[in-house]
Design a protein around this ligand. Structure first.
Ligand SMILES: C[S@@+](CC[C@H](N)C(=O)[O-])C[C@H]1O[C@@H](n2cnc3c(N)ncnc32)[C@H](O)[C@@H]1O
Length: 275
């Protein structure tokens, strides 16, 4: 099956409410230092690496960018190169096309691994592999920073269905097949199984889903598809009941379904000594 990320060339900052402030917080948490090696895992066009570089242009960091999609990797290379040119900086940036579930990096090679909105892209068995791979490649005491939607038993099924419908209407077959949004508890279980015993939800913020923002970016400007998505979401919200609609501040006006969820940035540390 074709990798739909080779077609999904969108800017997440325009379809979501990801702001500079959120990236400020993320970079503060990463706290990059001279001499460190930092991996942006499932980088897309590398907004995470770009956020670090633009806030700390003269730091001497070894940046590594890992992406599964060739097209996304090309975007990352182009955008990071342009940013460095703009800043007049030369830096070591290594690009690798690979799956986060089977990385070729040596054991204990990174001070920090950051992964933003990626874990849910992998099927369940690969999520287990991804987290244990991240543990393997981190140095003892290294930081694993993960940004994702915070879900629980009352929201996870809705969230899965919402994106499955959107991805299906958009024609993103591999996303329909692979994506697996999980609850915070399931994520904590994955961390523990991989031997990350020290972890916390370090930052959280509001995430606003707007169906209409997907019209031109993902639904090919097809109003009929937007109508189908909206009808589906309205029926899902009705099935969930009044509590859900209040909790997510659901509204439907001007052809737009708006829903609020929470996103979080988690920080886990690899222990200093191997157990
Ligand atoms: C929602 S995008 C997020 C991209 C970027 N981290 C960001 O926040 O803008 C998810 C990314 O994960 C990548 N991806 C999907 N499966 C992957 C895998 N098995 N290994 C590495 N990257 C993967 C996709 O190609 C896509 O670029």
């Amino acid at each position: 099956m074709k990798n739909s990320y080779d077609d999904r060339v969108i800017r997440y900052e325009t379809v979501t409410n990801f702001s500079d402030d959120m990236f400020d917080e993320l970079v503060r948490l990463i706290n990059p230092r001279d001499g460190q090696a930092i991996l942006d895992c499932g980088a897309g066009y590398a907004p995470v690496t770009q956020a670090i570089i633009s806030r700390h242009p003269s730091l001497d960091v070894d940046y590594c960018i890992l992406e599964y999609s060739e097209i996304q990797l090309q975007r990352a290379r182009k955008e990071v190169t342009q940013l460095l040119q703009l800043l007049g900086e030369t830096k070591c940036v290594a690009y690798q096309q690979n799956s986060a579930a089977a990385m070729e990096y040596d054991d204990n090679s990174f001070d920090t691994v950051v992964t933003k909105m990626v874990l849910h892209e992998l099927p369940a068995e690969d999520q287990v592999k991804m987290i244990s791979e991240i543990y393997r490649i981190l140095k003892p005491g290294g930081k694993f920073i993960l940004w994702q939607t915070i879900l629980d038993d009352s929201t996870v099924e809705f969230y899965r269905n919402m994106f499955r419908k959107k991805d299906s209407l958009a024609g993103y077959e591999s996303l329909v097949e692979n994506r697996n949004f999980i609850t915070q508890d399931a994520f904590y279980f994955l961390l523990s199984e991989a031997r990350f015993h020290e972890y916390e939800l370090a930052r959280s913020f509001t995430y606003n889903f707007n169906s209409k923002y997907r019209l031109y970016s993902e639904l090919q400007g097809d109003w009929n598809k937007l109508r189908m998505l909206n009808e589906y979401l309205v029926s899902l919200v009705i099935d969930e009941g009044a509590g859900f609609s209040e909790k997510t501040k659901f509204t439907f006006e001007d052809d737009n379904v708006s829903l609020f969820f929470k996103q979080g940035v988690y920080l886990a540390k690899k222990p200093l000594t191997n157990e």
